[in-house]
Design a protein around this ligand. Structure first.
Ligand code: NAD
Length: 427
């Protein structure tokens, strides 16, 4: 099949390259000239394991353009994978989804054959039918479910293992209304061996929010118990190992630390809270989930101050800036909160991350310009004897932390085994 992908970021690029690997031709659409040029040179504009190799191997089977018309006229299915960020007060910002829908609608007007539009961006229940559909219909002059197909297919990939998650997902959820659209998506996803759940469109949208809200809750719950464990002198990791053995609970994604960040959980939980309030529901659990998560990274600095009460003028090393290992994504990273607090305390900060330094500087100029960056983790350890571990990059397990004070937000065993003073945030 010929597939076009509108929005070539973490989700769009991985999804598109996944479809290329499955034998489809793919056209990427983006508004960012730099990304288009890089994709056309088989260079990934983001870091994701295996992506560069895949782009090189399949060069010629995909290309990128700014031109919606060209992409829509030369494909059978279009995925909308643009960002859906939070507004200041937490509600979802649909600006990019609306723009993408307009561009696709205008191109659809000129298209003779049947075309299917699929919303892959995370959007609140009702968005595909009440926002995307009217825009597509207005600009195309055509009727959804009749002249063109429309579906909602939420994405569950995890950055860092995203290509694998595309090819071997736990499930594929497809929200459809009409048979023809369903058949097109069944065919497109046929090579992937995973449970496929067909629902109505609104339910598919909600499954994504409920999944992310539950995962965020699992971590905040673990951290709340972990904070109690810490005060009681109990190792919360052992506790959750024991808890996770209950098959009703499951051991996955059940670790204590300094909380969740990234491009999804924070904005999605906030958007769901905002929607709930708008419709007169008080989301008590979700509000607490966010509150626990906001406090959690600051525990690292609190623990540090137990060992070094005066941080003014002290150089503190920060290992990790990405919101999690194996990605260069820094959106809502805990590193920002931790470093901001360190600077407020008057500390000097030297930081290292294998992939995320440039993004960190760009996203957070307020703190990013006030700190020093080391070109290796070893050089952070050479520069100071006070270390905070913020992201658990595998290479941090290779370091010798002897003689150092280490406050660990993620549980790096090498630090636990070799530091002069070692404190884990929940263990
Ligand atoms: P991203 O910011 O990395 O990518 C979005 C891309 O869309 C950018 O390249 C941007 O330039 C482009 N874009 C913006 N406006 C456009 C327009 N009008 N036309 C064409 N391109 C446009 O975002 P992302 O992380 O890939 O997330 C995309 C969606 O997928 C979001 O709704 C997100 O919640 C959801 N999602 C993300 C993840 C993840 O791990 N990143 C996982 C599951 C779902």
């Amino acid at each position: 099949m010929r597939v076009s992908i509108v929005g070539s970021g973490y989700v769009g690029l991985v999804t598109g390259m996944g479809f290329v690997k499955l034998g489809n031709g793919v056209v990427f659409v983006d508004v960012d000239d730099r990304k288009i040029e890089m994709i056309n040179n088989a260079q990934p504009p983001i870091y994701e394991e295996g992506l560069e190799e895949l782009m090189r191997e399949f060069k010629g089977k995909y290309y990128a353009t700014k031109d919606y018309r060209e992409a829509i006229l030369n494909s059978d299915v279009t995925f909308i994978a643009v960002g859906t960020p939070s507004r200041e007060e937490g509600s979802i910002d649909l600006t990019y989804v609306k723009k993408a829908s307009e561009g696709i609608g205008k191109a659809l007007k000129e298209k003779d054959g049947y075309h299917v539009v699929v919303v892959k961006s995370t959007v609140l229940p009702g968005t595909t039918e009440d926002v995307v559909k009217p825009i597509l219909e207005k600009h195309s002059g055509k009727k959804a479910f009749q002249d063109f197909g429309l579906a909602m297919n939420p994405e569950f990939l995890r950055e860092g293992v995203a290509l694998n998650d595309f090819l071997e997902p736990d499930r594929i959820v497809i929200g459809v209304q009409d048979e023809r659209t369903r058949r097109v998506l069944e065919e497109l996803y046929a090579p992937i061996d995973a449970p496929k759940l067909f629902t109505d469109i609104k339910t598919a949208e909600m499954i994504k929010y409920a999944s992310n809200a539950f995962l965020a809750t699992k971590i905040s719950f673990a951290n709340e118990i972990g904070n109690i464990c810490k005060k009681l002198g109990v190792d919360s990791w052992k506790v959750f190992e024991g808890v996770g053995l209950d098959h009703r609970i499951s051991p996955y994604f059940f670790r204590t630390g300094i909380g969740w960040g990234g491009s999804c959980f924070p904005k999605d939980v906030r958007a769901l809270i905002s929607k709930a309030r708008e419709i007169g529901e008080e989301p008590l659990i979700l509000e607490a989930v966010v509150e626990v998560n906001e406090r959690q990274p600051l525990k690292l600095v609190e623990l540090l101050k137990r060992h070094i009460p005066e941080l003014k003028g002290k150089t503190v090393g920060v290992l990790g800036l990405a919101f999690k290992p194996n990605t260069d994504d820094v959106r809502e990273t805990r590193a920002y909160v931790v470093i901001k607090r360190l600077l407020e305390e008057g500390a000097e900060v030297i930081a290292y991350d294998p992939k995320a330094v440039e993004n960190f500087k760009r996203f957070y100029p307020d703190v990013g310009e006030k700190i020093v960056y080391a070109d290796s983790a070893e050089n952070v350890l050479k520069a100071t004897d006070v270390i905070l571990i913020v992201t658990e990059w595998p290479e941090f397990e290779e370091l010798d932390y002897s003689g150092r004070v280490v406050i660990d937000g993620r549980r790096v065993r090498a630090a636990e085994g070799s530091a002069r003073v070692y404190e884990g945030v929940c263990w």
